[in-house]
Design a binder for this molecule. Structure first.
Ligand SMILES: [Fe+2]
Ligand SMILES: [Fe+2]
Length: 167
């Protein structure tokens, strides 16, 4: 019987490439939320500031979860370059709208990888991605409910709106 010297890769190669792409996407989201936190912080919007610093950390956490998963399963995780991060925003509402768009794109991307894992019979990745599917549903819901607050508050001063926002 041959000795297996190198740990066999348990995840599918194409799925691994998609997962590395997802690491990059999560790190990009983290950088965008950081820029948003800074915008809010400069305007003294304390709840929104705390919220976006926390979001930025969470996205980094997502990236790391995938990163470690790839390596743990015999693959090669790639540290991504993060480009195209804007630091200018039109308004606070604009920030939350961009955030929801970003979350929707992440959800679509996760679905795509999930489908690929299913087609390739990569059950390990499929099971791993289930957590992300639940997480995305929660995150989209969070941003949708925040945008509802903006609808209710109309054109009230920013600081008053901020007081109603989750930190
Ligand atoms: Fe994420
Ligand atoms: Fe997210």
């Amino acid at each position: 019987m041959n000795t297996i010297v190198r740990k066999q890769m348990t995840i599918n190669t194409e799925v691994m490439d998609l997962l590395n792409g997802q690491v990059k996407m999560e790190m990009h989201a983290s950088a965008v939320y950081l820029a948003m936190a800074s915008w809010c912080d400069q305007r003294g919007l304390s709840n929104a500031t705390a919220f976006f610093y926390k979001q930025s950390e969470e996205e980094r956490g997502h990236a790391m979860k995938i990163f470690e998963f790839i390596n743990k399963n015999g693959g090669s995780a790639i540290s991504p370059t993060v480009e195209n991060v804007t630091n200018t925003f039109e308004s606070l509402k604009d920030i939350y709208e961009i955030s929801l768009d970003q979350e929707i794109k992440v959800t679509e991307s996760i679905f795509k990888i999930f489908k690929k894992a299913r087609i390739e019979n990569d059950f390990v990745s499929e099971m791993f991605l289930q957590w992300f599917i639940n997480e995305q549903a929660e995150e989209e819901e969070t941003f949708r409910s925040i945008l509802d607050i903006f609808e209710l508050m109309g054109d009230k001063p920013l600081k008053l709106i901020d007081e109603r926002l989750p930190a």
